[in-house]
Ligand binder design. Structure first.
Ligand SMILES: Cc1ncc(COP(=O)(O)O)c(C=O)c1O
Length: 393
């Protein structure tokens, strides 16, 4: 079968850039989604930044860092369809979400809405904010298998109350690997006067992002997952109306001096992951940009179909290409308690992928990053699973 669409075949043959990664060849690494994997040229760019920094730390950190970050924000603004004035570098999505939650003027009695597919750490951040601020968290129960946008919209907006002030919603969900209709969700929220924070932790380099079209109040996205930047590189975006009142969770010299002054200096730190993110964007573009994303998506679809066919289950979203990106999640015919034994059995066989209890069952999630993943890895996983699953049922 052809896994390649709309692209030059030589560039996007799955596995063609395997040598660019340090990944241990004795593992089948099918979990790009959790932490990405940083290629050698990007790590080398990071190392060069670190050496330059250590040659004259004060000149680097005080005199040149602000303009370097400004130049990178312009580049990422073009990549993400965003006004660079609204973009700020952060360490990770977690920091960005904490910063936004600390900035929204929530009052005791207010309610913040999220969905049942949210990332667990985000729920914990919401719980902490709620406990400190006297507000409450609601979760809209999304179906485990999403058939159309309407059912997502309905599930979310059925949970809105007159006290709902903020909606925190994922662009791509972690346990279920779903692409949610975030533009439509933000538009519906805006009509109701509800602020929106889009958790785009998985979005940059995974799916096309257009922050102007998105219409959110805030957005966070990791560069260290699908863009393959060094770990510790992510971006926050704030709509114009919120820029002056969006504060870094860690206050420092720049407190109340504007978005960039606040976020560019979270105390003394190593900015090399941020500064090497331009090299990661170069590589993303050299590997095809949109064509790379399409190839990853095709490979995820292939893996999803192979596993589902081997297990005799439905590949829930295989025929809805807009419903998933470069990850696919499958509900296995096992009780939730069997997630850990199945995970351990796969680890023993050196397959790295998340197996989690979710929505009352065991869910498996594959990632597909075509520069190093190949169809054979999904074929072999599919061949292995029926016996393992039968043994645990
Ligand atoms: C949906 C979602 N939100 C937030 C995060 C947190 O990202 P980080 O650990 O880089 O802060 C993740 C991480 O996987 C995620 O999947």
């Amino acid at each position: 079968m052809s896994l390649i669409r709309n692209s030059s075949a030589t560039e996007l043959v799955p596995g063609a850039h395997r040598a660019a990664f340090l990944l241990d060849p004795t593992w089948d690494f099918l979990n790009h989604g959790s932490f990405g994997a940083c290629p050698r040229p990007v790590l080398e760019a990071q190392r060069r930044v670190q050496e330059e920094l250590e040659a004259q730390p004060v000149a680097f950190l005080v005199r040149t860092l602000p303009e370097r970050l400004e130049a990178l924000r312009r580049r990422f603004g073009a990549f993400l369809g965003a006004d660079p004035a609204g973009l700020a570098f952060i360490q990770n999505a977690t920091t960005g979400i904490a910063s936004v939650l600390g900035s929204v003027p929530l009052q005791p009695g207010d309610r913040v809405l999220t969905t049942s597919h949210r990332y667990y750490a985000v729920r914990r951040a919401l719980d902490r904010g709620a406990a400190a601020g006297g507000w409450a968290v609601d979760e809209a129960p999304l179906p485990a298998v999403v058939l159309d946008d309407d059912c997502v919209i309905e599930a979310i907006f059925d949970k809105v109350t007159p006290k709902t002030r903020l909606l925190v919603v994922d662009a791509l969900t972690s346990p279920s690997a779903l692409r949610l209709p975030v533009e439509r969700i933000c538009a519906e929220a805006r009509q109701r006067g509800i602020l929106t924070l889009v958790d785009g932790a998985h979005a940059p380099g995974h799916v096309p992002v257009d922050l102007r079209a998105l219409g959110a109040d805030w957005w966070v996205g990791n560069l260290h997952k699908w863009l393959c930047a060094p770990k510790g590189a992510a971006l926050l975006w704030a709509a114009e109306a919120h820029r002056g009142a969006t504060h870094q969770a860690i206050p420092s010299h720049g407190f109340q001096l504007g978005l960039h002054a606040e976020f560019d200096w979270p105390g003394t730190f190593d900015p090399s992951a941020w500064l090497a993110s331009g090299a990661a964007l170069d590589l993303h573009e050299a590997w095809g940009g949109p064509a790379l994303m399409a190839a990853n998506h095709a490979l995820a679809g292939y893996g999803q179909r192979q596993i589902a066919a081997a297990l005799g289950i439905e590949p829930p979203h295989a025929d809805s290409p807009d419903r998933y990106g470069a990850m696919a999640a499958l509900r296995l015919p096992l009780p939730a308690a069997q997630a850990k034994p199945l995970y351990e059995a796969l680890i023993k066989r050196r397959f790295e992928l998340p197996i989690q209890p979710f929505a009352g069952a065991v869910w498996l999630r594959i990632s597909a990053f075509s520069p190093y993943n190949v169809p054979d890895q999904y074929d072999r996983l599919a061949a292995l699973l029926p016996t393992l699953v039968r043994g645990l049922a």
